[in-house]
Design a protein around this ligand. Structure first.
Ligand code: ADP
Ligand code: MG
Length: 312
């Protein structure tokens, strides 16, 4: 049994015969217990190496296109995302950010081109095997009727223990840790459907943490959060990449959060990568103007020095 998160629109686009929403599929594969120590160590070199070097690559995207009814929604010739690095995907609404992340999460298949994860084409991965390595948070999370917060977060353990394997002490511990790390332990017994949008967003993040994958694909994980919570979640995500070596790709609308927390940024516009690099390289008024189509100004944060953008 593996947990397969599919957003409604992704589901209907990629597999119209399956139920939308939270989807649990069976898989005959054997489970193998894994500890956190199995995870590759954080690669400082990879973080320092900057964009698109060969160090610690996890996702390799080559000549990928995604078309719907003959219309090209996304076209990416060459893009890599590495382990131990926090990459921000930015760009205006409709730029193709969710489409790209869904292709990487195997929620949709590219119309052309190839995506490899850890050297292996996405189509060659078994469901459970992939779910142990890559966790995906859709922009719109499925409804979880009747599930408590703890039950939902525990679903993150499915790729590890399977439907017949017992939910052991280790699973329970990881669920507890995930609840605490995402700051939702106090909601453990609440029904997910009774939570606010921001609370729900952090509960889903907790489920991804419980999944214990090497790579997180997060589509606007901070969209429903207040300013303080946004910073908390971004700190957590940065710590997962820096201290625990995870590769994280996060779609963000807030360029300033992206600039402050991400190691590198990739900007999409009309389905194409229009800029990529370190935040200091991208957060320039002419670059932002070409991405967002509005006149932007840039200041330096008074104590931290990272660039802060504002609309003129
Ligand atoms: P973003 O996440 O950057 O806001 P999306 O990747 O969701 O953008 O969408 C990019 C563009 O592709 C949008 O114009 C959207 O309407 C269109 N699109 C995405 N998926 C589909 C689909 N299944 N059918 C038709 N159009 C789609
Ligand atoms: Mg989107």
């Amino acid at each position: 049994m593996i947990l397969n998160l599919r957003s409604m629109d992704a589901q209907s686009a990629s597999n119209p015969t399956t139920d939308p929403g939270l989807h649990v599929a069976t898989s005959p594969q054997q489970t193998t217990p894994r500890t956190r120590s199995d995870r590759r160590p954080s690669s400082d070199a990879a973080v320092r190496a900057g964009p698109d070097t060969d160090a610690g690559e996890t996702f390799e995207i080559r000549d990928v296109a995604y078309r719907v009814d003959g219309r090209t929604i996304l076209e990416v010739s060459d893009l890599d995302f590495r382990s131990g690095s926090l990459s921000g995907l930015i760009g205006p609404n409709g730029a193709g950010k969710s489409t790209l992340i869904k292709l990487m999460a195997r929620q949709q298949r590219p119309s052309a081109g190839s995506i490899r994860f850890d050297g292996k084409a996405l189509g060659e991965w078994g469901d459970r095997e992939f779910a142990r390595r890559v966790a995906y948070l859709p922009q719109e999370t499925p409804t979880a009727p009747g599930l408590t917060v703890e039950e939902l977060v525990a679903l993150g353990r499915y790729p590890w223990h399977g439907p017949l394997g017992s939910f052991d002490e280790d699973d329970r511990e990881r669920v507890e840790q995930a609840l605490v790390r995402a700051d939702v332990a106090r909601f453990s017994d609440r029904l997910v459907e009774t939570l606010s949008g921001g609370e729900r967003q952090r509960v889903w993040l907790a489920m991804l943490l419980a999944q214990d994958a090497d790579c997180l694909l997060l589509d606007e994980p901070t969209s429903a959060l207040d300013v303080a919570q946004q910073v908390e979640v971004m700190r957590l995500v940065r710590s997962l990449s820096r201290d625990e070596g995870l590769g994280v790709v996060v779609v963000l609308h807030d360029v300033n959060n992206a600039s402050r927390f991400c190691d590198r940024l990739v900007a999409l516009h009309r389905g194409e990568v229009v800029a990529r690099g370190r935040p200091a390289e991208l957060v320039e008024n002419d670059v932002l103007q070409s991405i967002y189509g509005v006149d932007m100004g840039i200041l330096r944060h008074p104590s931290r020095g990272y660039p802060i953008s504002f609309v003129q």
